[in-house]
Design a protein around this ligand. Structure first.
Ligand SMILES: [Zn+2]
Ligand SMILES: [Zn+2]
Length: 291
């Protein structure tokens, strides 16, 4: 059984429609795929309809933009009830923050002598729930300013670079509580992927588990083998579920092909059991896993 629990469609910053993504997952032989667009459930219905039609198991998820100790942390929320008002309100706040940031980033770029407009970015992000930095990067690629998304981030858009603009994110512990209260389960994405330091460390992860954290995404392309082993050890010590996923973005990210990392069936089943338990405790219905 091949299980990939982290993918993005055009509804956030991937390049496939939800339907195309689900079909691609089937084509590469995955048995289970989760759609986890940034801060939105907007792609779920289309993905579920396709999954039902072609016979692949779909897990409805999202990747929530959070902050922990001043650092950006991405939280994968699986199977929350998206109509739970406090969660929905938080997601809208995050998406609004992305929307407000776009004109500010464009202003910074124009100040650097790059002739880009908001419309140029909107032209590449048509189907997205909000336009973010990856879309700005794509517009810069299209204009020939940079060669690819990575160069756009490294030279202009990443924190500390000249066109970077901060934006709203929810506190990590609050996001975990919201996902649990919505009847879902939480897994920290690429736990040590973005930072040079190994934070959150084991003590912080134990504290987050107390709040309701269920798992760690250990097998991710941003983790070197040595970090994967250290994280796997921490997950084992704490009794956290271990996941492995591609973080697929279509052609938006190389080296993240569907199924490049996968999650063991036992860990997947533990996640589903935790979601069922959260749903029973909160009274919020868990969206069905399409089979
Ligand atoms: Zn992420
Ligand atoms: Zn992601």
């Amino acid at each position: 059984m091949r299980i990939d629990l982290h993918t993005h469609s055009r509804v956030s910053d991937g390049t496939d429609s939800p339907e195309e993504l689900v079909r691609a997952a089937r084509a590469v032989g995955l048995d289970v795929v989760a759609l986890t667009d940034h801060d939105t459930a907007a792609g779920w219905d289309e993905a579920a309809a396709t999954a039902h039609e072609i016979g692949i198991e779909l897990v409805r998820g999202m990747e929530i933009s959070t902050l922990h100790q001043g650092r950006s942390v991405h939280l994968l929320g699986y199977l929350p009830d998206p109509t739970y008002e406090p969660l929905d309100r938080e997601l809208r706040h995050i998406l609004d923050g992305r929307g407000q940031r776009l004109p500010m980033m464009v202003d910074r770029l124009r100040g650097l002598g790059i002739a880009i407009t908001v419309d140029d970015v909107l032209a590449v992000s048509q189907d997205a729930a909000a336009s973010g930095r990856p879309h700005v990067a794509d517009a810069l690629v299209r204009q020939g300013v940079v060669a690819d998304r990575d160069e756009a981030f490294d030279t202009l858009l990443a924190a500390g670079r000249p066109a970077y603009v901060g934006r709203y994110a929810v506190a990590l512990d609050e996001a975990i509580r919201l996902v649990t209260a919505a009847g879902g389960v939480s897994v920290i994405a690429h736990v040590w992927g973005r930072s040079r330091s190994e934070h959150p460390d084991e003590a912080e992860l134990a504290a987050l588990q107390e709040v309701g954290l269920t798992g760690l995404e250990v097998d991710h392309q941003d983790h070197a083998p040595e970090r994967r082993e250290r994280l796997r050890g921490i997950a084992r010590d704490l009794g956290l579920v271990v996941t492995g996923s591609s973080d697929y973005h279509g052609t938006g990210k190389t080296q993240h092909d569907l199924g490049i990392n996968t999650t063991a069936p036992e860990d997947y089943h533990r996640l589903l059991e935790a979601a069922a338990a959260a749903s029973a405790a909160s009274g919020r219905e868990t969206p069905e896993v399409v089979r």
